[in-house]
Design a protein around this ligand. Structure first.
Ligand code: LLP
Length: 434
């Protein structure tokens, strides 16, 4: 990976910092994020939109992948907008001083409090998921004497997660309104009659960790065809099209993602040709990558403890973290690669199962992971953990969350403090009459 090097001590290095020094200074487990690589990824997308749409677009970082105040700051400095999906993510952005005129608020069941927080803070867009929400937004906006710019989450009927992606596969999704049963047209027709919302855009997101171009191209085609139909039937011009995120990243040698620039280029060609064919104006294009901005920029460092060699069956290497800091194997059987950071150049000679420390058999970080022979006390780096690790972490078994450090040019700064046992009991109350 671009973020990593092996230094003269044969230690793994990230952002110019020796991983052994990092764990000596900050403890384990430890999330480490390479600032330069995050910025580079932001720029790849931003430059691609500038290039293929003449700057008539906006890249949003999907903050669910990794949301902290420092990350919001980086995203702001790189000129990207932000996709938030909860009051908590929105609050993080507000407290980080993120410009609200670049925030899009998503979610299939936003609460009234969350909608009020978003409307009070004048976010750029509320991406309306359903009819109940449309009416709530209109009512809240009216109470506050505002007009809220909205877009609609559309199910374009494309399931990118089947081998050959299929149309209509996603009508049963919990997100958004469907095209094929007329639901989408109906809700837009209703929205244009409301006085405190303005219909600005459409949005779709067809899945995550996608390696093919075709489903993205097809989604763009379907959405633009729908925009043309809206113009014809309702007489309104949809100004903005948000095509979502989902660009795949390389977790292991088996993954072969397309370069981000190529996705944008190919989709832009489809966008332009469909607009021309249908005689509609080129909309403002929004994309919202999450994983591909942060995943490869992050690693997690663990201390190896128990090693259990069940001869002829399986060798377990246990680390001092696990599903609490990275639930992705437990949830999706995700695959990761590992490096022993204090002997980073050692040949990978064994296939091992990496176990966490939770009281749960499924608490693994991977099966059949290739590693050099490990000893108790070694530092294990799991690679490409920058997305959906910290953001999906938990306190199961009352395990405190690790710290997050941001590294750049040999400097490491804590951006999330390590939790301690007092954090664990902070909200506990023993009732007086107990
Ligand atoms: N936009 C919307 C509306 C989304 O739902 C998502 C992801 C994104 C953008 C960003 O997608 P990305 O570029 O990160 O693929 N926890 C799972 C991933 C869930 C993704 C949910 N939505 C995982 O760990 O793989």
């Amino acid at each position: 990976s671009k973020a990593l090097k092996v230094n003269s001590k044969n230690h793994l290095e990230i952002g110019g910092c020796d991983c052994v020094d990092l764990v000596n200074n900050f403890g384990t487990p430890l999330y480490v994020m390479d600032e330069s690589l995050i910025r580079e990824n932001c720029r790849i997308y931003k430059n691609a939109l500038d290039k293929y749409y003449n700057g008539n677009g906006l890249v949003l970082y999907a903050s669910k992948a990794f949301c902290t105040m420092a990350m919001c700051k980086i995203v702001q400095q790189e000129g990207l907008g932000l996709d938030v999906v909860s009051g908590g993510e929105l609050y993080t952005a507000i407290k980080a001083g993120f410009p609200m005129e670049k925030v899009y608020f998503h979610g299939n069941n936003k609460t009234i409090d969350e909608l009020e927080l978003a409307i009070d803070n004048n976010v750029r867009r509320i991406v309306v998921d359903n009819r109940q929400e449309l009416l709530h937004v209109n009512r809240i906006a009216a109470e506050k004497g505002k007009t809220v710019n909205i877009s609609f989450r559309i199910k374009p009927g494309i399931d990118a997660h089947t081998h050959d992606f299929i149309r209509t596969g996603q009508i049963d999704s919990k997100f958004g309104v469907a095209l094929e049963n007329g639901e989408a047209m109906e809700i837009i027709g209703e929205a244009v009659k409301l006085s405190n919302v303005k219909v600005v855009g459409l949005h779709c997101h067809i899945g995550s960790q996608i390696f093919e171009l075709a489903p993205f191209e097809e989604a763009a085609r379907v959405m633009l065809t729908f925009i043309a139909k809206i113009k014809e039937e309702l007489g309104i011009e949809i100004e903005e099209l948000n095509l979502g995120g989902g660009f795949g990243i390389k977790y292991t040698q088996d993954d072969d993602p397309i370069e981000y620039d190529r996705y944008i280029k190919s989709v832009s060609e489809v966008v332009k040709s469909v607009c021309e064919d249908k005689g509609i104006k080129l909309p403002f294009i929004v994309i919202e990558p999450g994983r591909s901005i942060v995943a490869s920029a992050g690693i997690t460092l663990y201390r190896i403890g128990t090693i259990k060699d069940i001869k002829g069956v399986r060798k377990y290497i246990a680390v001092d973290g696990g599903m609490t800091d990275n639930p992705r194997y437990a949830l999706y059987q995700s695959k990761y690669e590992g490096v022993i950071a204090n002997k980073a150049d050692a040949a990978k000679t064994e296939k091992v199962t990496i176990a966490g420390k939770c009281c749960e058999s499924g608490d693994l970080l991977g099966k059949d992971v290739l590693l050099p022979e490990a000893e108790e006390g070694d530092i294990l780096a799991i690679l490409a953990t920058g997305a959906y690790n910290y953001s999906m972490s938990s306190n199961y078994n009352r395990i405190p969350r690790p710290a997050v450090v941001l590294v750049k040019d040999g400097k490491a700064r804590v951006i999330v403090k390590r939790e301690d046992y007092n954090d664990i009991i902070r909200n506990d109350i023993i009732p007086e009459d107990l």
